[in-house]
Design a protein around this ligand. Structure first.
Ligand code: NAG
Length: 229
């Protein structure tokens, strides 16, 4: 039918048809956009979701500053990644004479000790738990040099005697105790939290972690880390 009309009319019909399709398309788009973004609030929420939020709390800022202060940003990470990530840290931290290494955990541990010293030196108050009170008392007694000098080695001699004595302190009068070695080792672990001859403790079984078993190991050398290296 179309082909029988003059070509110019066919041409106009096609144009009008295209325009109608275009209009319908635009109307559909607007309708969809309205459904998806009913208000400005939703739009801003969508924008927010697209951009990751930056954490600006005090601890985040402190952590970011710590990481930045350890970096040497003058070096390209593609040339020397270690220098880029840790270069400034190495410059600021020297291995102390009494240690074989130093790392972030050592630094944190030292900081924690200083904080703990402050806590322990505060006088006991009503808000302290029983554990805190005991820790403060223990610290105070360890720092009471005058009393320690006065008492001397009497307490340790008494402990040694209760464990069967020691020829070095008892002299020729010492005689070997009759008790069993296992009982002595048990008392040292139970009463003094010490491992002697062999290290022994109760811990989860490697083969079945739902049960605790008696574990035995060699005793560690009682030397500082720097000496054993
Ligand atoms: C682990 O020990 C528990 C408690 O004795 C026992 O019930 C369980 O069957 C053990 N599991 C295996 C894998 O042996």
């Amino acid at each position: 039918m179309l082909s029988r009309r003059p070509p110019i009319i066919s041409f106009f019909l096609i144009i009008i048809l295209m325009l109608v399709i275009l209009m319908l398309g635009i109307l559909l788009l607007v309708a969809v956009a309205r459904i998806e973004c009913p208000s400005k609030m939703t739009l801003s929420a969508m924008q927010k979701a697209a951009k990751p939020e930056v954490c600006l709390t005090e601890s985040c800022v402190r952590t970011a500053a710590t990481l930045l202060s350890a970096m040497d940003q003058t070096v390209s990470p593609c040339d020397d990644f270690f220098q880029y990530a840790c270069g400034a840290w190495n410059k600021k931290h020297v291995i102390p004479e009494d240690k074989s290494s130093i790392n972030v955990f050592d630094v944190l541990s030292d900081q924690l000790h200083i904080i703990l010293k402050g806590v322990l030196e505060e006088p006991s108050n009503a808000e302290d738990s029983s554990a805190t009170r005991k820790a403060k008392l223990f610290y105070k007694s360890c720092m009471d040099i005058k009393q320690i000098r006065l008492v001397g080695d009497a307490p340790i001699r008494e402990v040694l005697r209760s464990l069967g004595g020691w020829p070095v302190t008892e002299g020729v009068a010492w005689t070997a105790p009759k008790g069993q070695l296992e009982i002595l080792l048990g008392r040292l672990r139970g009463e003094f939290n010490m491992g002697w001859l062999i290290e022994q403790w109760v811990g989860p079984d490697d083969k079945n972690s739902s049960v605790n078993i008696l574990q035995l190991d060699q005793i560690p050398l009682a030397l500082p880390a720097a000496t054993t290296i």
